[in-house]
Design a protein around this ligand. Structure first.
Ligand code: NAI
Length: 731
C-alpha cells in the first residue's frame, strides 16, 4: 500500500483509504472463523458506510473484500435458529438496517466492487449483489450461491429482489429455489460475476483497475431509468407461460414437502411486478413467515448444528492420532465396490480393486471410467483429473496385490461364508496393522469378525448406494473393534469427504434396520388394499426421497426375504445374538406374504430382474404394475392419506427410538443426520428424532398408540418415550 494510505478498523471491518488514487478498501474480518451476518456485522458495516458517506468527496471507488478464507459465509445461524414470534420484529429491524446499508452502498455515488476472495453464500452473496461489479477468485474452494432454501428459508436481505432484477425470474429461480451453489466459472457463465481473477493480487489489481476506469459506473441496473426485470413482461406469452408452468416445475422438484420454494416463487413473481422497494417489502413478508417456522428450526438444527457436531468427530475416540489412508484394497468390484474405489481414488488414495479375476475387476473400473467421462462432459472435471483418478485404480484378481494396503474394505456378495473367506485372505496379505472392514448392509459385525484373526482391527463401513454419490457412511463398532480401528475408519470417511455416523453393532445396525420398516410398511399397506399409487405419492409428498415400493424394486424384493431367512436361522442358533426388535421388524410383518408372492409365484423380483412393483418398459419410464391394483387394491380399505403418511414416518421414527434405547445409536445427532443423509428421510423434519420433537412427545405417543391399535403392535411407542413425555422432556 502507498505511503498515503490511512487505515483503521471499525470493529471487524478494516477501512483503508489510498490517498494516491482515492480507493477505499473495506476488508471484512469479523471476530470468529467466518464473516456472518449478525448485529456485530451490522454495526461494523454501518460505521463503514457512515464514514464512506462522510468522506465521499475524497473517495473514487470502494473495494469490499475479506481477510478470511471465505468472503462471507451468510446468515448467522446461531441467531436464526432462535428467531420466534416473540422476537421476530426485533430481528427484522436489525436486518432492515443491514438492507438499508446495501441500498446506501449501491447509491453512494461512487462505484463499489466486490472482490470475492472466497465463497460468497447467502447473506454474503446478497452483499455482493449490492455492489456494482463482482470479481471472483477462480479457485477450487470458491462457491457462489443462495443456499437459504436448504435451511427452510429464503434470501431475505434483498437476495430475491436483486437476483430477479439481475437475471430475470426464469434464470434466478433455480438458484433461489434449489439453492444451487456455483463454481466461479459457472457463476461467470450465469452472469452472476463479471470477471475471474487468477490469484489474490490479480483480484485486487483488477478491482482497482476497473474502479479507476469506470468512475461513473455507480448506478445499479435496477436503478437505471426504465429498467425492467429481464424477460418478464406480463403481456408477453413467454412470461405468461412461465407464470403457469413455474409452480408445476417447482412442485415436481420439491413435491411441496417444504414451504420455502413456493414462498420464494411467490416473492420472485410478485416482486417482479412492482418497484424495487415494494419488492423488498414483499420479500420481507415471506421471509418473516419462514424464519419463524418450525421447519426452518428443524433444518437449521440438523443440517447445520448437528451435522457439524457429527463431522467434528464427537463419536471418534479421542487421543488417537489422525492417520490418513494411503493404499486401500477393495474386495469386490460390483456396484458398491466400484463406487467405493471411485470416491477413494478421487480423494487421492491408491486403490487395489480386487474381484474373482482381473477381467471382472477391470469391468468395475470401466464403469468408473464411464461415470468420470460423463463428469468431464458436464464440465465438472477436466480430462487430466479424470486420468489421474483412473491411474490410481489397479484392477486385479490376485490377493497378493493387497500387499501394503493400510485399509481393506470388503464388498462381495452378501454371503457370510464368502465374506469370511475373502476377509481372512485379505488380512493375511495387507499390512500387519491394516484396518479390515466390511460393507455388509445387514450382517452383524461381531459375527463376521470371527473370521478375522485380529477382530480388534475389524469394523463395519456401511456405504449407501450409489456409493460415489451418497454422502453418508455408517461406521459399525463390533464388540471387539478397538478405539484405534474406529478412529482410523472415521478418518478415512472424512478423508473421502463423506459424513460418518458411528453406531454399535446390531442386526441391520441403525440405517438398514430403520429403512426396512419404511419398505415393509409401504408393502403392508398394499397388502391391506391401499392403492399403491397412493402409498408412493404420499411418501414423496411427505418428503421421502423415494417411494417404498420403488426403493424395494431397487434393492430387489429378494433382499428382505433373504435377510429374514438369515435372521431366522441365526435366531434358531443363538436366540440372544440377534439384537432385540430387529428380528421382529424383519421377520414377523404382513409385508412378507406379498414379497413371497411377488418373487416366487409372479416372478417379479425387482428392477434388476426386469419387473417388480413397477414395470420397466424399454421405451419409457417405469410404471406401477397394474396387476398390483387388480390383486390387492380394495376401495373399502379406507386408510386416510394422513394415516399413510404417518405410518411411513412414524415407523422409522419409532425404530430410531428403539436403536437409541438399545445403545445401537449413541447420539441424537447421529440419528437425525443419518436418517436424512442415509435413508432419505424427509429433510423438513430435521430427521427421525427431531420429527418426534416437533410433533411433541405427548402427541407423538398418542398418535403412535392410535396407529398401534389400528394397524399393529409395531407402532407401540417404547416405554422410555412415554416416560420422557410424562416428564415433559424433549430429545
Ligand atoms: P454386486 O453383486 O454388485 O457385487 C459383488 C461383487 O463381488 C461382484 O463383482 C463379484 O464378482 C464380487 N465377488 C464375488 N466373490 C468374490 C471374491 N471371492 N473375491 C472378490 N470379489 C468377489 O453387489 P453389491 O451391490 O456391490 O453389494 C456388495 C456388498 O455391499 C454386499 O455385502 C451388500 O450387502 C453391500 N451393500 C449393498 C448395498 C446396495 O445398495 N447394493 C448398499 C450397502 C451395502
Amino acid at each position: 500500500m502507498s505511503s498515503s494510505t490511512t487505515e483503521n478498523a471499525v470493529e471487524g471491518i478494516r477501512y483503508a483509504l489510498d490517498g494516491a488514487d482515492g480507493i477505499v478498501t473495506l476488508t471484512l474480518d469479523m471476530p470468529g472463523s467466518a464473516n456472518v451476518m449478525n448485529a456485530a456485522y451490522g454495526a461494523a458495516m454501518g460505521a463503514a458506510v457512515d464514514r464512506l458517506e462522510r468522506e465521499r468527496d475524497s473517495v473514487r471507488g470502494v473495494i469490499i473484500t475479506s481477510a478470511k478464507k471465505t468472503f462471507f459465509a451468510g446468515g448467522d445461524l446461531t441467531v436464526l435458529i432462535g428467531v420466534t414470534e416473540d422476537n421476530v420484529e426485533e430481528f427484522l429491524a436489525g436486518l432492515d438496517a443491514i438492507k438499508a446499508q446495501f441500498r446506501r452502498l449501491e447509491q453512494l455515488g461512487v462505484p463499489v466492487v466486490a472482490a470475492l476472495n472466497g465463497s460468497a453464500l447467502g447473506g454474503g452473496w446478497e452483499l455482493a449483489l449490492a455492489c456494482h461489479r463482482r470479481i471472483c477468485l477462480d479457485a477450487d474452494h470458491v462457491r457462489i450461491g443462495l443456499p437459504e432454501v436448504t435451511l427452510g428459508l429464503l434470501p431475505g436481505a434483498g437476495g430475491v429482489t436483486r437476483m430477479v432484477r439481475l437475471l430475470g425470474v426464469a434464470a434466478a429461480l433455480p438458484l433461489l429455489a434449489e439453492g444451487r451453489q456455483l463454481r466461479p466459472a459457472q457463476a461467470l457463465r450465469a452472469g452472476l460475476v463479471h470477471e475471474l481473477a487468477a490469484d489474490h493480487d490479480d483480484l485486487l489489481a483488477r478491482a482497482r483497475a476497473w474502479l479507476l476506469e469506470h468512475p461513473d459506473a455507480a448506478v445499479q441496473p435496477w436503478d437505471q431509468p426504465g429498467h425492467t426485470v429481464p424477460g418478464f413482461r406480463i403481456d408477453d406469452p413467454d412470461t405468461r407461460q412461465l407464470l403457469v408452468a413455474a409452480p408445476a416445475v417447482l412442485h415436481k422438484k420439491t413435491r411441496g414437502a417444504v414451504p420455502a420454494p413456493e414462498k420464494i416463487l411467490s416473492a420472485a413473481v410478485e416482486g417482479a411486478l412492482v418497484d424495487f422497494d415494494t419488492a423488498l417489502a414483499i420479500e420481507r413478508r415471506y421471509f418473516r413467515e419462514l424464519v419463524t417456522s418450525q421447519v426452518a428450526k428443524n433444518m437449521i438444527g440438523t443440517f447445520w448444528f448437528q451435522l457439524n457436531e457429527v463431522k467434528s468427530g464427537r463419536s471418534r475416540p479421542a487421543g488417537v492420532e489422525r492417520r490418513l489412508t494411503r493404499k486401500l484394497g477393495v474386495l469386490g468390484a460390483g456396484m458398491m465396490g466400484a463406487g467405493i474405489a471411485q470416491v477413494s481414488a478421487q480423494a487421492g488414495i491408491d486403490v487395489v480393486l480386487k474381484d474373482v479375476s482381473e477381467q471382472v475387476a477391470a469391468k468395475g473400473k470401466d464403469g468408473i471410467a464411464a461415470r468420470l467421462d460423463r463428469r468431464v462432459e458436464q464440465g465438472k472435471l477436466d480430462a487430466r483429473q479424470r486420468d489421474e483418478v483412473l491411474a490410481r485404480i489397479h484392477p486385479t484378481g490376485s490377493d497378493a496385490d493387497l500387499a501394503g494396503c493400510d485399509l481393506v474394505i470388503e464388498a462381495v456378495f452378501e454371503d457370510r461364508d464368502l465374506k469370511g473367506r475373502v476377509l481372512s485372505a485379505a488380512e493375511a496379505t495387507a499390512l500387519p496393522d491394516a484396518v479390515i472392514a466390511s460393507n455388509t448392509s445387514t450382517l452383524p459385525i461381531t459375527g463376521l469378525a470371527a473370521a478375522v484373526p485380529a477382530p480388534d482391527r475389524f469394523v463395519g463401513l456401511h456405504f449407501f448406494s450409489p456409493a460415489h454419490r451418497m454422502p453418508l457412511v455408517e461406521i459399525i463398532r463390533g464388540e471387539r473393534t478397538s478405539d484405534a480401528t474406529l478412529a482410523r475408519a472415521f478418518d478415512y470417511v472424512t478423508q473421502i469427504g463423506k459424513t460418518p455416523i458411528v453406531v454399535n453393532d446390531a442386526r441391520g445396525f441403525y440405517t438398514s434396520r430403520t429403512f426396512a420398516t419404511y419398505i415393509t410398511e409401504g408393502i403392508a399397506m398394499v397388502a391391506e388394499g391401499v392403492h399403491p399409487a397412493l402409498v408412493e405419492n404420499v411418501a414423496r409428498k411427505a418428503g421421502m426421497a423415494v417411494g417404498p415400493l420403488a426403493v424395494c424394486d431397487e434393492v430387489t424384493l429378494t433382499l428382505p426375504l433373504k435377510i429374514r431367512q438369515q435372521t431366522l436361522a441365526d435366531l434358531a442358533d443363538a436366540p440372544d445374538s440377534a439384537g432385540s426388535t430387529g428380528p421382529r421388524g424383519l421377520t414377523d410383518h404382513p409385508a412378507f406374504d406379498v414379497l413371497e408372492l411377488m418373487v416366487t409365484e409372479l416372478g417379479r423380483p425387482g428392477r434388476s430382474g426386469g419387473a417388480g412393483f413397477y414395470d420397466y418398459p424399454a421405451d419409457g419410464p417405469k410404471r406401477l404394475w397394474p396387476g398390483l391394483v387388480e390383486r390387492f387394491t380394495r376401495p373399502e380399505a379406507g386408510v386416510s392419506e394422513q394415516d399413510v403418511r404417518d405410518r411411513l414416518l412414524y415407523a422409522q421414527a419409532l425404530e430410531t427410538l428403539r436403536c437409541l434405547d438399545e445403545g445401537v445409536l449413541t447420539s441424537v445427532s447421529d440419528a437425525n443426520v443419518g436418517s436424512i443423509l442415509g435413508l432419505g428421510y424427509a429433510p423438513w423434519t430435521g430427521g427421525t428424532v427431531q420429527f418426534v420433537n416437533s410433533v411433541g412427545l405427548a402427541e407423538f405417543v398418542d398418535r403412535a398408540d392410535y396407529l398401534a391399535d389400528t394397524y399393529g403392535e409395531r407402532f407401540r411407542p417404547p416405554a422410555s418415550l412415554r416416560e420422557r413425555a410424562a416428564r415433559g422432556e424433549r430429545f
